[in-house]
Design a binder for this molecule. Structure first.
Ligand SMILES: [Zn+2]
Length: 478
């Protein structure tokens, strides 16, 4: 295992991010520019994310399916906004099997078109609705600037595609799935997020409107952590998907789509990581606790490992993910450092002196506190400690966000804050795309979303001074 040093976060945030990924062996660059290799430690986080989300999708009535990677190019042309939005980043296959294809194939940048082409055959009557389908897959959106997990040409995600009989049902679904994403971010990732609606300029290409959850990263920038789109009848009209209503009339179907990707691993690193490496919230950690036995003499070794064996039984019974690091070629200190870099939430140290006192030492990854605990009912103690760590990671992230959130009514303060510690700027906005664009040009900040629970409040647009009824969030973003 190669030693890797992590640049201090305060020194160079971007290098720190790359170093953390290398130190924890989460991902590598690929031979093809823009692509990434997800290593086992990184993939283990994704698997945990998948399990949690998949269970929530099924609880809300969705089923998984799989649609092809290749989409006939003509499909993308059918929805005007959609093709315009995706054309610049689409990869196209023109040759296969040694000859030129009759029709070029697009590698899916998202699957609305190919899925709605099937829905035409699957939906005839109101009895076929709602149709609630999700797919786990990879996506290609051509990208030359690689930022592992955050910006890559190929990434993994899930995309939900649902069909409904009424606009109300579609809207309800769009909001429901935004809520699922929020719950996932907050309960599993320990990441507080703000639910809101995207502006016209920032919405998904082909959507009627888009909602997002937005999170604050450790450098004060925003990250869009998940999106849910109300597609209205745009795709059913493009693919001619009609159904017979209860009254016997024929109508176009209403659609939604929603997605969350491996970008969330980048979010996890940036929201919780520190100078010692990544910090994985217990609920997403495959290894939740690592046990480091400490011994010098052979008779100590035997006694300590016997005790550790007993712990292993308790952890199994309590459903705790654990690892016993009894490698003899490395010192305990080396191992402590190693597991910190890998973000394991809790470490247990146990040596001959601890055995005499019937205790172990617990070392938390999040605040690096060490406490002694009894060996009796250790499984239960560890379970409680993991819950505490999960909660305090969320609380810390929330406090950080609050500390870096500002209500700003003076545009001259904008760049001062953004060039400093950064953060979320809650400002009045008149609703015009022109003001939004000008602010972006002058400050590189975009409107992250129009928060769903932002209270009505009279004010003046931060840019033009026109009347505004509520505040929106401006921030620089990943
Ligand atoms: Zn304005």
């Amino acid at each position: 295992m190669a030693e890797s040093k992590i640049t201090k976060r305060s020194e160079d945030y971007s290098r720190w991010y790359t170093d953390v990924i290398a130190a924890a062996e989460l991902a590598d660059y690929a031979p093809v520019k823009g692509c990434m290799i997800i290593r086992p430690n990184g993939y283990a986080i994704w698997e945990k994310m998948q399990q949690a989300l998949d269970a929530m999708f099924k609880e809300t009535g969705h089923q998984n399916a799989y649609f092809p990677l290749f989409i006939p190019e003509s499909f993308l042309q059918k929805e005007a906004e959609h093709v315009e939005g995706f054309a610049p980043e689409v990869a196209v296959v023109t040759h296969a099997g040694g000859s030129k294809l009759e029709e070029a194939l697009v590698i899916r940048p998202t699957s609305e078109t190919i899925i709605w082409n099937s829905y035409r055959n699957w939906i005839q009557s109101y009895r076929d609705l709602p149709l609630l389908i999700n797919q786990w897959c990879n996506i290609v959106r051509w990208e030359m600037r690689t930022r592992l997990f955050l910006r890559t040409a190929e990434f993994l995600w899930q995309e939900g595609h649902t069909a409904h009989a009424t606009p109300e049902d579609a809207e309800e679904e769009t909001v429901r799935m935004l809520g699922v994403y929020r719950r996932f971010a907050e309960e599993y990732m320990a990441l507080p997020v703000i639910e809101g609606r995207k502006t016209e300029k920032e919405k998904f290409a082909g959507a009627q409107h888009t909602y997002s959850i937005e999170a604050m990263m450790g450098d004060g920038k925003a990250l869009q952590a998940g999106t849910s789109h109300n597609l209205g009848q745009n795709f059913s009209k493009a693919f001619d998907v009609m159904f017979q209503t209860e009254k016997g009339t024929r109508e176009y179907v209403y659609a939604t789509s929603w997605g969350l990707s491996t970008r969330m691993i980048g979010a996890l690193i940036m929201a919780h990581g520190d100078d010692n490496g990544i910090m994985i919230p217990p609920k997403l950690a495959a290894i939740q606790v690592v046990v480091v036995p400490i011994f010098r003499k052979p008779e100590e070794r035997e006694r300590v490992l016997k005790a550790v064996d007993n712990f292993a039984g308790q952890f199994k019974a309590a459903g705790i993910g654990f690892k016993i690091d009894d490698r003899e070629q490395h010192s305990p200190g080396w191992k402590f450092n190693e597991w910190e870099k890998r973000g394991v939430p809790l470490r247990i140290e146990v040596g001959p002196k601890d055995l005499e006192k019937n205790q172990v030492m617990l070392a938390r990854r999040d605040n690096r506190e060490k406490t002694a605990a009894s060996q009796d009912s250790l499984g239960q103690t560890v379970r409680q400690m993991l819950d505490t760590i999960q909660t305090s990671m969320f609380e810390r992230a929330r406090e950080f966000r609050e500390k870096h959130s500002y209500r700003i009514d003076d545009y001259s303060k904008f760049n001062e804050i953004l060039d400093g510690d950064g953060g979320f700027l809650w400002c009045h906005w008149c609703g015009s795309g022109e003001c939004e664009e000008k602010v972006k040009e002058e400050t590189k900040a975009t409107i992250r979303n129009i928060p769903r629970d932002s209270p009505a409040e009279e004010g003046k647009c931060i840019k033009c001074g026109a009347r505004s009824e509520r505040r929106v969030i401006f921030a620089r973003a990943y």
